[in-house]
Design a protein around this ligand. Structure first.
Ligand code: T46
Length: 135
């Protein structure tokens, strides 16, 4: 459910010349990373997402700027605002997501548990509700 989608604080290695945050399999991420992608140059007012995944889970980070995720498990919805590179949103499988309010120059960095496969997408909201109810 959306209660399993939590914002996790990532460690910061800080010194006078700046910060480093590390994503390392089996250290600070609860799945093995199989793919990384990032959204950028998102025009003002654009909305993305509008789908769920059967298997994919993700850690999502605002590497720069900010944006909002709307998460929906078929029963409840919540909005999560991400605006700092040391905060990761964990999205578990089977969650409908939409994204909005990308700030100018923002970068949405995603660590993903599986390779890209269109067959892992649910792009029809009614099909998503049916999947949530009946598996
Ligand atoms: C999510 C948000 C944050 C590929 O060819 N390979 C890939 O790995 C990905 C992610 C996408 N694509 C192609 C497939 C589509 O033709 O890029 C196009 C747009 O993909 P998608 O509809 O997945 O884009 P978003 O930004 O709506 O969603 C993506 C992720 O799929 C999604 O899981 O949480 O980024």
């Amino acid at each position: 459910s959306i209660d399993d989608c939590k914002v996790v604080e990532l460690p910061i290695v800080h010194n006078a010349s700046g910060n480093i945050t590390v994503m390392e399999n089996n250290m600070n991420i609860p799945f093995a990373i199989r793919r990384i992608y990032y959204l950028y140059d998102v025009p003002m007012g654009a909305e993305r997402g509008g789908h769920a995944h059967y298997e994919l889970q993700q850690y999502v980070v605002a590497a720069s700027g900010s944006f909002t995720f709307i998460l929906d498990d078929g029963e409840n919805k919540k909005e999560v605002f991400l605006n700092h590179p040391n905060k990761a949103l964990h999205i578990v499988p089977g969650i409908w997501r939409e994204m909005k309010d990308f700030s100018s120059g923002s970068i949405c960095l995603v660590f993903a548990s599986i390779e890209y496969a269109e067959s892992d997408y649910i792009r029809e909201y009614n099909q998503f509700l049916n999947f949530r109810k009946n598996g």
